[in-house]
Design a protein around this ligand. Structure first.
Ligand code: F6P
Length: 374
């Protein structure tokens, strides 16, 4: 190909996800095999903007030797941040207030200074939206979708999701024996932001009794009713899987924190649901928050493979002259979609999808059922 690329950079932005290192591995080898130099930018764009703060200047030379043995490692060898938006960079003023500074020109200047011809930017909706804006500002780049939440549109799946669901399911399996032994209700809160994919898939795979997701605002009466019915039948324990973004009918998401320059952090719904169910059923309840455990650990082989396919596809996309696109899983292939389209909406759980229907057929409650007594 005649892409004109001699030196390409890779960065990872937003929350980490199992499979990021597989992307870095495949992209490094695919680019190296084309004779391109590859550098990794530390901590999103920070290594580029604030290189002097890093002992290595903020860039890691990525070679076959440097990436050897990383496919199975969780996290990202480059580091990541969800505070480093170069287009609206939060800067604290002497009076303690915050302003947002647009560092786009500075960033593009650094890419030119360091002789980088193109960027592979790996991230979720926030990072890829930034990627699209940088593409519009003239930075040649290709995006790679990443998130455990599976909420990116225009790709059938993202790496990290399978690892998160697998681990959540393993944890829920373990909670069954302690819930049974103590005749308790256990409410398990899982990540997912404004999408219920992790709660739905992990909850179904482990056979929980109720699943609460953002896409189906809930009332707890139908869940409490099921718990009482189960107790009458002799099953004195119940497991509820709740997505961190779940909200009651007419209510809002439960926000744990909101900091300058960051998206609101969700969390706390699990404890609320456990407390309310205990009051409604008279049964002892506990809440377990799986949180960042879902982002840690080694990726599943499915996520490794997807990461490898995305990393190599990103290099092919650049080599074929594509810019401003996201590589996307479109089974059985990986193709390219415009970043602007991919980031224009979130992929949430369709309330009438097959998985929800299957769960309902199994008697799993979502909190929108009508009560037996009307
Ligand atoms: O998007 C991935 C995710 O893990 C969400 O599921 C969660 O809401 C958020 O990131 C947590 O982010 P932080 O790393 O800021 O705690």
């Amino acid at each position: 190909m005649t892409s004109g690329i001699k030196r390409v950079a890779i960065n990872t932005g937003g929350g980490d996800a199992p499979g990021l290192n597989a992307v870095i591995y495949a992209a490094t080898l695919a680019a190296g095999n084309r004779g391109w130099e590859v550098v990794g930018i530390r901590d999103g764009f920070n290594g580029m903007l604030f290189g002097d703060d890093y002992p290595d200047g903020g860039l890691i030379e990525l070679t076959r030797n440097r990436v050897r043995g990383i496919i199975h490692q969780g996290g990202t060898i480059l580091g990541s941040t969800n505070r480093g938006n170069p287009i609206a960079y939060p800067v604290q003023q002497p009076d303690g207030s915050w302003i947002e500074v647009d560092r786009t020109d500075e960033l593009l200047g650094r890419f030119a200074e360091r002789g980088i011809d193109a960027l592979i930017t790996v991230g979720g909706d926030g990072s890829l939206t930034i990627g699209n804006q940088l593409h519009n500002a003239g930075l040649p780049l290709v995006g790679v979708p990443k998130t455990i939440d599976n909420d990116l549109d225009r790709t059938a799946s993202t790496f990290g999701f399978d690892s998160a669901v697998g681990f959540a399911s393993e944890c829920i399996d373990r909670l069954f024996s302690t819930a049974t032994s103590h005749s308790r209700i256990i409410v398990v809160e899982v990540m997912g932001r404004y999408a219920g994919w992790i709660a739905l898939h992990a909850g179904m795979a482990s056979g929980v009794h109720a699943i609460l997701i953002p896409e189906i605002p809930y009332r707890l009466e139908p869940v409490a009713e099921l718990i009482r019915e189960r107790a009458q039948r002799g099953s004195t324990y119940s497991i509820v899987c709740v997505a961190e973004g779940a909200k009651p009918v007419g209510g809002e998401h439960t926000v744990a924190a909101k900091a300058v320059g960051q998206a609101e952090r969700l969390g706390g719904i699990g404890h609320k649901v456990a407390t309310e169910l205990e009051a409604m059923t008279g049964r002892e309840s506990r809440a377990v928050v799986l949180g960042h455990l879902l982002r840690g650990g080694s990726p599943t082989s499915l996520d490794r493979l997807l990461g490898l396919r995305f990393g190599a596809a990103a290099v092919r996309a650049l080599d074929e002259g594509h810019r401003g696109v996201m590589v996307a899983l479109n089974p059985p292939t990986v193709d390219y979609v415009p970043l602007a389209e991919a980031t224009s909406r979130q992929k949430t759980v369709p309330p009438d999808c097959d998985a929800i229907q299957t769960a309902r057929d199994m008697g799993i409650r979502f909190g929108d059922e009508s009560l037996a007594d009307g």
